[in-house]
Design a protein around this ligand. Structure first.
Ligand code: MSP
Length: 497
């Protein structure tokens, strides 16, 4: 059996979940489900990123301790993934002891082998914001927030990132799929070619973080802490842990384009320095806008995924996000586009197909899978289509997979219209049975294929066809629906909006 390990970024808890979080998680869940249906042994990780100055500040604003604050907000992310019907195998929080242990172990390894050294960090610091600003960020000698700045020098540990330029470039070259899609890969290469500076990896100006082992005036830079989560969940620092050995080299990190640099430059450099294997791939997806406008808290146009799911259902929201844009590109969210997809693809195409065939069988064929007569060449050709479709998601193009499956649904609706079982009922009941059998078996295969995209509805349709749980893998596409199987009363699965 082959292994796959897929991860979402861990989400900052200084804010409530929005559509961007839901998007990455839906995409990872769709891929995880797809790979499981292929028979792969999959581990799927998501979680929350709970340290850092922003969280410390948000807790202060809420007048609670940082720990109480993160305990509460991380629950809203758990609540979201439940609502989204996500099949993660683990949920990691960076404040958990297992993670603090892993982050400190990685640090110690880097310090011991000379990849981390103590130096000084100098920059423009705004006490009011508790933040450093680059010279280029200052506006009329003040912070962009308007706060006064002072030149501050503080002790800081540095990671020798500058030493990894050649090694990183050589790695990208030898592993062309390490960063995807290709346009993003080129951006990263150009960035690294531009030269790398050593990276400040500790802070002394605030407290909410993983203490630096042996020097607890410092806390670890939140990205070094956060990136380690992907290994923590596999048992690191126990490198002999079976999960670590099996899954780590198969890791696929799905991230938004804004955090690609951390994953495709810093993270592999940390791992190279620690002499640990690198993940298999970093895939960067695009960003959603809202009705053509950039989504931002200050504009007040964030989209609440919980509200969308409460209104339209998790299958519909997932399907829309996966189908509407090609994975890797930016896309525009609009409520009307979502409603259009629900009505055309889900209600009219898929739902209508299942509903009209299954209720016809229920009413006119004694609610059992009819026994077919001899299949015509046309019947066999039609029934072979899903099998020939060979489910694959190449280059993470989930939308292309969805297009392919919906093209099959269109063929099935065409077959119903051309073979008119309602007419055959009067003229040729035997032929009607054959046509209904062919359609029922076709729908069974479609429902197997749609499981990653609309998992709840697919399960309902497979239940309505009395397909046992064990017979729902892709490898079961070429089995046959058993005639004479008793069918339950069908119900509509996709309401029209
Ligand atoms: N905590 C870091 C990740 C650490 S991973 C070791 C972080 N968290 S985040 O909560 O700010 O962002 C999580 C993800 O949401 C990112 O992948 C980001 O790209 C994604 N999105 C945020 N806004 C988005 C859109 N408008 N559209 C699509 N995804 C967007 O970064």
């Amino acid at each position: 059996m082959t292994e796959a390990y897929i991860t979402t970024p861990i989400y900052y808890v200084n804010d409530k979940p929005h559509i961007g979080h839901a998007y990455t998680t839906f995409a990872c869940d769709t891929l995880a489900r797809f790979w499981r249906l292929q028979g792969k042994n999959v581990k799927f990780l998501t979680g929350t990123d709970e340290h850092g100055q922003k969280v410390e500040k948000a807790a202060a604003v809420a007048s609670v301790s940082p720990q109480d604050f993160v305990d509460e907000v991380s629950q809203t992310f758990r609540h979201l993934i439940d609502k989204m019907n996500v099949t993660n195998d683990d949920f990691i929080r960076t404040t958990e002891p297992r993670h603090i242990k892993a982050a400190q172990a990685l640090w110690t390894r880097l310090l011991t082998n000379g990849s981390i050294y103590l130096g000084e960090y100098a920059g423009w610091y705004a006490v009011r914001d508790e933040a450093f600003y680059a010279e280029s960020e200052l506006v009329n000698g003040k912070a962009p927030t308007g706060a006064d700045v002072e030149w501050l020098v503080e002790p800081s540990y540095f990671f020798k990132l500058s030493a990894y330029q050649d090694q990183l470039l050589a790695y990208y070259k030898a592993h062309p799929d390490f960063i995807a899609p290709e346009s993003r890969r080129n951006e990263v290469i150009r960035f690294v070619e531009g030269g790398l500076h050593d990276l400040s990896v500790s802070r002394t100006s605030f407290k909410w973080g993983v203490p630096v082992p042996g020097d607890d005036r410092h806390i670890m830079y939140v990205w070094l802490d956060a990136l380690t989560n992907y290994m923590t969940a596999l048992g690191y620092p126990d490198e002999q842990n079976t999960d670590f050995k099996t899954f780590w080299p198969e890791a696929v990190h799905v991230v938004g384009k804004d955090i690609l640099r951390f994953h495709a430059v810093y993270w592999p450099a940390f791992l190279m320095a620690a002499d640990l294997p690198l993940p298999r791939q970093i895939f960067a997806h695009g960003w959603w806008t809202n009705e053509g406008v950039k989504i931002s808290k200050s504009l007040g146009n964030t989209i609440d995924p919980i509200e969308l799911i409460d209104t339209f259902g998790s299958d519909a929201v997932r399907y829309f996000l996966m189908r509407e844009i090609s994975f890797g590109q930016d896309g525009d969210f609009s409520r009307q586009a979502l409603i259009n997809r629900i009505n055309s693809d889900l209600a009219n195409a898929y739902g209508n197909l299942a509903q009209r065939v299954l209720s016809f069988i229920y009413k006119n064929a004694d609610a059992i899978v009819p026994t077919p007569g001899e299949l015509t060449t046309e019947d066999s050709t039609f029934l072979n289509l899903p099998m020939q479709f060979l489910p694959t998601i190449d280059e993470m193009q989930i939308n292309r997979y969805a297009e392919g499956v919906w093209a099959l649904i269109a063929k099935a609706n065409q077959y119903v219209d051309e073979h008119k079982p309602w007419d055959l009922k009067k003229t040729d009941p035997e032929r009607m049975n054959t046509v209904l059998y062919v359609l029922a078996d076709f729908i069974r295969q479609i429902a197997i294929l749609t499981q990653p995209l609309v998992p709840l509805a697919s399960a309902k349709i497979l239940n309505q066809l009395s397909v046992p749980e064990a017979d729902r893998l892709f490898s079961c596409l070429n089995t046959k629906l058993r005639p004479d199987t008793k069918l339950p009363e069908p119900m509509g699965v996709f309401p029209r909006i």
